[in-house]
Design a protein around this ligand. Structure first.
Ligand code: GAR
Length: 207
C-alpha cells in the first residue's frame, strides 16, 4: 500500500475527489496518509479532518525564502514516508531540492491543456481568464509529473473540455473541474499506486 501525501492551499475540491475515490475503491494500492497545507484555515483542512485524515499546516508566510520553505515541506514529506506527493491546488512553486528528492514521485493537476495556459503566474481562475481571452474553443485539464520546470514535467493524463460562448472564468473553471480534473486526478493517482506509469525520455507510458 503506497502512502499518498496531498499538498493543498485552498478549497480542496481536488482533495475531495481523491478522498471520494479512495472511499469508493477507485484508488487501488494507495491511501492518503497526510494533507499538507501552505495556508492555515483553508477548507481543504476541514475536508481532511471530516474523513479522519491527518494534516499539517506549513504556512508559506512563516519562512523567509522559498529554499527554507521547500526544505520544511520536504522534511514533512519524508517524515510521512510518502511514496507519492500530489499537488492538488497547491499554489507555491517549491524549489527543485524537493523534486530532486522525489523524482517522478510528485504529480500536479493543472486546469488547462498543457502546454497552453501554463507556467509561472498561471494558476486558479487566471488560467481560465486567459483561455477566454484567447478565445479557444477547447480547454481542459492535465495531470503531470512535477519537475524543476513549472508545469513542464511528463504528461500523465489529459482531457479536453468545451468552452461555451457565454462562459465566465468561474463557469469554465467549474466545468473543467467537473468534467476533467476530478476524474483525471484519482485515475492518475491509482495508476501510479498500481505501478502502471513508466517514464521514458520525458514521456509517460501506461502499462
Ligand atoms: C484547481 O482548478 C487546480 O487545477 C488549480 O487550482 C484549483 C484548485 O482548486 N491549480 C492550479 O492552477 C495550479 N497551477 P481546489 O483547491 O478546489 O482543488
Amino acid at each position: 500500500m503506497k502512502n499518498i501525501v496531498v499538498l493543498v492551499s485552498g478549497g480542496g475540491t481536488n482533495l475531495q475527489a481523491l478522498i471520494d475515490a479512495q472511499e469508493s475503491g477507485i484508488i487501488k494500492n494507495g491511501r492518503i496518509t497526510c494533507v499538507i497545507s501552505s495556508k492555515p484555515g483553508v477548507y481543504a483542512l476541514e475536508r481532511a479532518a471530516k474523513h479522519g485524515i491527518s494534516s499539517r499546516v506549513i504556512p508559506r508566510k512563516d519562512y523567509p525564502d522559498i529554499i527554507s520553505y521547500s526544505q520544511a515541506v520536504l522534511d514533512a514529506i519524508l517524515e510521512e514516508k510518502a511514496d507519492l506527493v500530489v499537488y492538488a491546488g497547491f499554489m507555491t512553486i517549491l524549489d527543485e531540492l524537493v523534486v530532486r528528492a522525489m523524482p517522478n514521485k510528485m504529480m500536479n493537476v493543472h486546469p488547462a491543456l498543457i502546454p497552453s495556459f501554463c507556467g509561472k503566474g498561471y494558476y486558479g481562475l487566471k488560467v481560465h481568464e486567459e483561455a477566454l481571452k484567447k478565445g479557444v474553443k477547447l480547454t481542459g485539464a492535465t495531470v503531470h509529473f512535477v519537475t524543476e520546470v513549472c508545469d513542464g514535467g511528463p504528461i500523465i493524463l489529459q482531457k479536453a473540455v468545451e468552452v461555451m460562448d457565454d462562459d465566465t472564468p468561474e463557469t469554465l473553471q467549474k466545468r473543467v473541474m467537473e468534467q476533467a480534473e476530478w476524474k483525471l486526478l484519482p485515475k492518475a493517482v491509482s495508476l501510479f499506486c498500481e505501478d502502471r506509469l513508466e517514464v521514458r525520455d520525458s514521456r509517460v507510458y501506461i502499462k
